[in-house]
Design a binder for this molecule. Structure first.
Ligand code: 9PG
Length: 507
């Protein structure tokens, strides 16, 4: 047992590294993931920190520096629970703070130099609120919280978007009250060459004009800090790449476009290119930018200008903000703390999928960061405390039963979480919806919600009780060979995600 709480908390102090030792091991440990997709949850402290078995995901889904650590590692903030309502929170207020759990100790440190910390003790909601308020003092909210209503092209067409498919959606949406129509990955020549490809023959500016003509804002996806080797940017400017100690380009993860590499965002020429790229899409007419794979700017590596990796990320985000002062910036795959005060919104969990869990790519390879609706809900539920600081995006919600293996109860949980976040988006093409599903979507977009937190993952929404507890359990790990797990996992994605998109594309 800890000594009774003193009334001197919350405390703020500066330190480079220190250890907090408790008389006993905490009952639970709160682990906060580094970037949007990274696992955040309460954990039983005696469960070992399981290394991510599939190497290719250690960069894309985790903070690669700690992906193989045997200690539970938390980015910026951690908490230890001793009694039902006795929680001790330790939170860094500056970039590069990490906290590791070791038996009955919290080991806290800044990756470089000194920084400020907040120590608070009390009920869960209280201590996280103290932390959020302390962050708010340092990173003033960029824009006031408002309901965001977005139609996003990703979770139906994936990369198989085409001008006429978007045009059809635009017509079919009728007067559904979306504020933004956002074009996702698939419009660009390559990752690095941010110009319209052949599937958008009339160009991106023309598309923005048509979206605006429907009375909505135009939104566009970009991943400005990563490039693939086939891009002309990679070929023309090898000196723009972030490099490791051996001088090799830093691998930034594999995505739908293949192997990606990180840009060195401290290079003045990269920052100039970044400014031009962002100005160009603003000139085309896009006012809502979904900026993805942002973690790449903060990967470990040797930089043109030596500076801590999260500071390098922050500086590049500032350049983007200056190039698009009035645009809505949605950060995705983004380190959380260094995005505050610059971005309007941030994704707070991994991608959703039209099924509950991809067992092979998640449980079997110890990757609770991987796209899956259960993983998305779990991590988002543990990041709701960010709401006073920035708009929080739990990812899209499904209304369709077509091309969807989620049960109606699971879809309902997603919708309810989106109402709590007040970020309301879907990728359902209207022609995939039945009439009652379309009505449910309209109601979701229009309704006012009264939210009462009941504690323990339960809420009352407009008088109706919602229980998110089924989201939390982590399925037991399985010792299946990694090659088998990844292939089976990709097969599952192929069947449920890619096939319906191919079908739509070929119609
Ligand atoms: C576009 C998507 C969507 C989505 C983003 C991001 O290869 N992967 O494992 C992988 C996982 C997630 C992912 C992309 C690739 O998602 O979160 O909303 O914009 O990119 O490519």
């Amino acid at each position: 047992m800890l000594p009774p709480p003193t009334n001197t908390l919350p405390q703020r102090f500066s330190a480079e590294r220190f250890i907090l030792e408790f008389p006993t091991q905490p009952q639970r440990f709160y682990r906060h993931g580094w970037q949007s997709w990274t696992f955040s949850s309460w954990l039983a402290p005696h469960t070992p920190a399981l290394p991510l078995r599939a190497a290719q995901f250690r960069v894309k889904d985790e903070d690669p520096l700690y992906a193989l650590s045997e200690k539970h590692t938390s980015a910026w903030v951690a908490a230890a629970q001793f009694q039902e309502e006795d929680i001790l929170l330790l939170g860094g207020l500056d970039f590069g703070a990490r906290i590791q759990l070791e038996e009955n100790q919290l080991m806290a440190f800044y990756e470089s130099g000194n920084g400020e910390w907040l120590l608070a003790r009390g009920k869960e909601s209280q201590v996280f609120n103290h932390y959020a308020q302390a962050l708010l003092e340092k990173y003033t909210r960029h824009s006031p919280q408002k309901t965001v209503r977005v139609w996003c092209s990703w979770y139906s067409f994936y990369r198989l978007i085409r001008e006429d498919l978007i045009q059809r959606v635009l017509c079919d949406l009728g007067d559904l009250p979306f504020d933004v129509i956002q074009i996702d990955d698939g419009w660009q020549v390559s990752t690095g060459d941010w110009e319209a490809n052949r599937k958008f023959p009339r160009g991106m500016s023309d598309l923005a004009t048509r979206i605006q003509g429907s009375g909505r804002q135009a939104g566009l996806w970009l991943s400005p800090f990563i490039v693939t080797a086939d891009s002309s940017l990679y070929q023309k400017h090898p000196e723009w790449l972030l490099r490791d100690e051996e001088g090799k380009p830093v691998f930034a993860g594999r995505n739908w476009s293949g192997r990606t590499y990180a840009l060195d965002v401290t290079h003045p020429a990269v920052l100039e290119w970044l400014e031009q790229t962002i100005r160009r899409v603003i000139d085309w007419g896009y006012r809502y930018l979904k900026l993805d794979f942002l973690y790449a700017a903060a990967l470990p590596g040797r930089r043109y200008q030596e500076m801590p990796r999260e500071a390098a990320y922050r500086q590049a985000m500032q350049v983007i903000r200056q190039s698009a002062p009035d645009a809505y910036l949605l950060a995705c795959g983004a380190p959380i703390l260094p995005s505050l005060g610059i971005c309007d919104g941030i994704r707070i969990g991994p991608d959703v999928t039209p099924y509950w869990l991809n067992h092979p790519l998640s449980a079997w390879v110890n990757n609770p960061n991987h796209p899956s609706t259960q993983n998305a809900l779990r991590t988002c539920l543990h990041r709701l405390w960010l709401k006073p600081l920035i708009d929080i995006d739990p990812d899209v919600v499904y209304f369709r039963s077509k091309n969807n293996a989620l049960t109606s109860a699971q879809r309902r949980l997603m919708q309810d979480l989106a109402l709590i976040c007040d970020f309301r988006s879907t990728s359902d093409p209207p022609h995939w919806l039945t009439m009652p599903e379309r009505d449910a979507l309209r109601n979701f977009l229009e309704q006012e919600v009264n939210i009462e937190p009941l504690g323990d993952y339960r809420y009352r929404l407009n008088g109706r009780e919602v229980d998110f507890r089924p989201v939390n359990p982590l399925p037991p790990p399985k010792k299946v060979p990694v090659w088998l797990a990844t292939n089976l996992g990709f097969l599952q994605m192929g069947i449920y995600e890619v096939l319906p998109a191919v079908w739509e594309y070929r119609k």
